[in-house]
Design a protein around this ligand. Structure first.
Ligand code: SF4
Ligand code: SF4
Ligand code: FES
Length: 256
């Protein structure tokens, strides 16, 4: 198909409220939804706010919801919709609206700051770190994260429950904890930081009931649930039922 006119419904408004606005807009072969939003800006709604940078699925800034599904605007091809379909574009629902399609995602930056960084091993100079290739490869997929926060937006723990935000880091940052916890050189435990315990007690790992919705929307196809959250849950449970940990906790508590 070469060109056609598509029906778009775009949410316009700000923190005080807003509404969906209808547009009829030209679509050309090979275009993505971000192209159409740009055409709207150029021809019908010059003040339409949208955040984007790379238009290549790498910066993670054009996150929004298309027909209710969290997606990258620049990686959603118009060809996945039929020409008759009305396409609804709305801002990420889990975060406060700034204006139109732009949301305030600072919740995620706050959560990022709450995860303690890698603790370097003592007595080994940076550059002299050595680890098995398998330990390099295992977390490699987590490093593909572009911080688009689509997983954070879709997770039902916070999507409709603002009250859970304080206690829940969300899939992206639980994945970061899992990555650090499986790092063979991370010396957090020696420095008195039990990453598994804090994942449970401070970052809300227990809220996750492994629905895998986060995995489904990840544009980098990271297996967040299977490869990060479930293994972290398993290790956290092992810790709980490890008789030595249990004994240590008891002795420690008694001596307090
Ligand atoms: S698997 Fe866990 S973190 Fe992912 S969407 Fe479901 S509840 Fe949220
Ligand atoms: S894990 Fe995937 S969905 Fe979540 S922020 Fe990273 S790239 Fe986006
Ligand atoms: S504009 Fe960078 S990911 Fe879409």
């Amino acid at each position: 198909m070469s060109s056609y006119t598509a029906a778009f419904r775009v949410w316009r408004g700000d923190a005080d409220g807003g509404a969906l606005e209808d547009f009829a807009v030209e679509v050309n072969e090979g275009e993505v939804v971000l192209d159409i939003i740009h055409r709207l800006q150029a021809t019908q709604a010059s003040d339409l706010a949208v955040r984007w940078n790379c238009k290549a699925g790498k910066c993670g800034s054009c996150s929004a919801e298309i027909n209710g599904r969290p997606r990258l605007l620049c990686m959603t091809r118009m060809s996945v919709f039929s020409p008759e379909e009305t396409i609804t574009v709305t801002p990420l629902r889990a975060f406060p609206v700034v204006r139109d399609l732009v949301t305030d995602v600072s919740f995620n930056y706050a959560k990022a700051r709450e995860v303690p960084a890698f603790v370097p091993p003592e007595g080994v100079a940076a550059g002299d770190y050595r680890m098995q290739q398998i330990d390099v490869e295992r977390p490699q997929e987590f490093r593909k994260c572009i911080e688009c926060f689509l997983c954070q937006d879709t997770c039902h723990v916070v999507r409709d429950h603002e009250e859970n935000k304080a206690a829940f880091a969300g899939p992206r940052f639980l994945m970061r904890i899992a990555e650090l916890d499986m790092h063979p050189l991370d010396a957090a435990a020696g420095a008195g930081l039990d990453r598994r315990k804090t994942a449970q007690d401070e970052h809300g790992l227990g809220y996750c009931n492994i629905t895998k919705c986060c995995t489904e929307v990840c544009p980098e196809n990271i297996k967040i649930t299977d490869n990060a959250l479930i293994p972290l849950k398993e290790r956290a449970v092992d810790r709980k039922y490890d008789p030595l940990v249990w004994l240590g906790d008891k002795i420690f508590r008694r001596s307090e």
